[in-house]
Design a binder for this molecule. Structure first.
Ligand code: SAH
Length: 338
């Protein structure tokens, strides 16, 4: 019998093994993400970064950072848009990617070239003003799960492909009351990352835009999920064989950022945010070019893809956008009060 492994340690190991072993994106893979659905997503985020750079006072050089860039699609689309409409920003930016998977680093190199510095984690990013982007990165960070038992909390562990409960190890602050058996998830890794990012934005300037799925305000409930071949799978399938994610608790992330002194904007439903950035207009232009090129099928896919990103019943409501920034920065694009 192997020793029980705390759920967050198991998840960290399983996620690392998963991304090290496969390229999970797209139709033949396990799941698809916004930048893989529509090029307008990365383009809009690139323009968001360009406007934010202006608001920051055009620092030169400036770090443009992406956390968990996957196949590099978002950044490729962002850089194309930046090159077209914001040449001075393109000249000032230095590209840094935080990516743990060697295979995905190669995929990123194939799309973005060699003028990139890769990092295993955000701690090794150099100092200086920075604009950071992350899509579906926080949901891959490990969570702990606490289960209400009597007047206290037990914690979930994994052993030999099964869950078990044991006394919680140094638990973080947890609700004082909850129904018997209720589950409280906590992403200590996510909160620590957000505190560190917020601290650097406060001392060195910049802004971070995080898009992910999860409720605006967390609470009791279980959200750990596994995906394989675009369908739900067993989270305890052999480590590395399925994609493990959990809902991001945006309220907890915002609180972590504020505790480090950063200003926080959002969370805002992704659909509202992307529409404010002009995603649907961009998709309409792309669809029209496809039509004119005699590709009506492609035009239809462009429009349905964009629609999926913004529609409430698609990814428009469950996914959220959150911005952390230096407190002196004006409200960044898309986060204006309604
Ligand atoms: N942003 C991309 C990919 C999302 S999948 C998209 O939207 O398509 C998650 C990405 O984060 C992958 O690139 C994965 O290798 C990376 N990743 C996950 N956990 C990580 C960790 N702890 N450290 C560094 N990279 C990680």
């Amino acid at each position: 019998m192997t020793a029980p492994e705390r759920l967050d340690r198991y998840m960290a190991r399983a996620v690392a093994a998963y991304y090290a072993a496969r390229n999970p994106f797209g139709g033949a893979g396990d799941f698809t993400t916004a930048p893989e659905i529509s090029q307008a997503f990365g383009e809009c985020l690139g323009l968001w970064a360009a406007v934010t750079w202006e608001m920051l006072g055009r620092p030169d050089p400036v770090l443009l950072v992406e956390l968990g860039p996957g196949r590099g699609t978002l950044m490729q689309d962002a850089l194309r848009a930046i090159t077209e409409v914001a040449a001075p920003f393109r000249a000032a930016l230095r590209l840094h990617l935080v990516e743990a998977s060697p295979g995905l680093r190669e995929a990123q190199r194939a799309r973005l070239g060699d003028a990139v510095t890769w990092h295993d984690d955000a701690a090794s990013l150099p100092p200086g003003p920075a604009i950071l982007l992350a899509n579906e990165f926080l949901d891959a960070l490990p969570i702990r799960q606490f289960i209400r038992r009597g007047t206290g909390w037990a914690e979930r562990f994994v052993q030999e492909g099964a869950f078990l409960e044991a006394p919680a190890e140094n638990p973080p602050p947890l609700p004082v009351a909850a129904p018997e058996g209720a589950v409280q998830e906590v992403s200590e890794a996510g909160e620590a990352l957000i505190r560190a990012l917020a601290a650097r934005l406060v001392t060195q300037g910049g802004a971070a835009l995080l898009l992910d799925y999860g409720p605006a305000a967390g609470g009791l409930g279980e959200s750990l999920q596994a995906m394989r071949g675009h369908a739900a799978a067993d989270p305890l399938a052999p480590a590395g064989s399925v994609d493990l994610t959990a809902h991001v608790d945006f309220a907890a992330m915002a609180a972590a950022a504020r505790s480090a002194g950063a200003a926080v904007h959002g969370p805002l439903p992704q659909g509202i945010f992307l529409q404010r950035l002009g995603l649907m207009s961009r998709a309409a232009i792309l669809a029209r070019s496809a039509q004119l090129a005699g590709k009506p099928g492609q035009a239809g896919l462009i429009l349905s893809g964009a629609e999926r990103l913004v529609a409430p019943e698609g990814m428009g409501r469950l996914f959220k956008a959150l911005c952390l920034c230096h407190p002196a920065l004006p409200v960044p694009p898309g986060f204006e009060p309604a």
